[in-house]
Design a binder for this molecule. Structure first.
Ligand SMILES: *[C@@H]1O[C@H](CO)[C@@H](O)[C@H](O)[C@H]1NC(C)=O
Ligand SMILES: *[C@@H]1O[C@H](CO)[C@@H](O)[C@H](O)[C@H]1NC(C)=O
Length: 133
């Protein structure tokens, strides 16, 4: 291979690596599956955005779209409250943990035993957060 084509290959690889990070929209969704008609209150934010306080009834879902930060620092965190749990803090999307795990999106189920997250790589729901005792 001569130099110009090597450079071309390098450029193509770099574009291929950076476009998904810059342009891909990801979706986060959080669903109340507490059952028994239980409501929950959810407040999610990043350093730049406050997504507001939402009352979610049993079966309701709250979600939003975002693009990963070019600097790889994207973090959305939430505070959650329901009958048995006060001010539970968790990360709904953290670049380091979720960039690969939540390929196109992060889905969460809020259940009476804790919080499940969908692993986009395996397609399995994983039990990620226990409620505090
Ligand atoms: C749940 O929230 C709705 C309003 O969205 C309210 O009408 C209902 O009474 C609440 N249920 C309980 C059990 O607090
Ligand atoms: C993106 O990164 C900047 C700084 O690196 C940070 O201030 C901002 O909160 C990040 N955005 C999100 C959505 O995490």
């Amino acid at each position: 291979m001569n130099h110009p084509s090597r450079l071309l290959v390098l450029v193509i690889i770099l574009i291929g690596l950076s476009i998904p990070v810059l342009a891909d929209k990801k979706h986060v969704s959080i669903k109340n599956t507490l059952g028994s008609g239980k409501n929950m209150t959810l407040h999610c934010q990043s350093a730049d955005n406050d997504l507001g306080v939402h009352n979610l009834e049993d079966g309701d879902e709250f979600g939003w779209d975002f693009s990963d930060n070019i600097s790889g620092t994207t973090l959305f965190f939430c505070d959650l409250e329901w009958e048995s749990v006060q001010e539970f803090h968790f990360d709904a999307y953290s670049f380091g943990r979720d960039f690969v795990r939540c390929d196109t999106g992060c889905s969460w189920l809020i259940a009476s035993e804790g919080i499940y997250g969908l692993n986009g790589q395996t397609g399995y729901w994983e039990f990620i957060y226990n409620w505090p005792n």
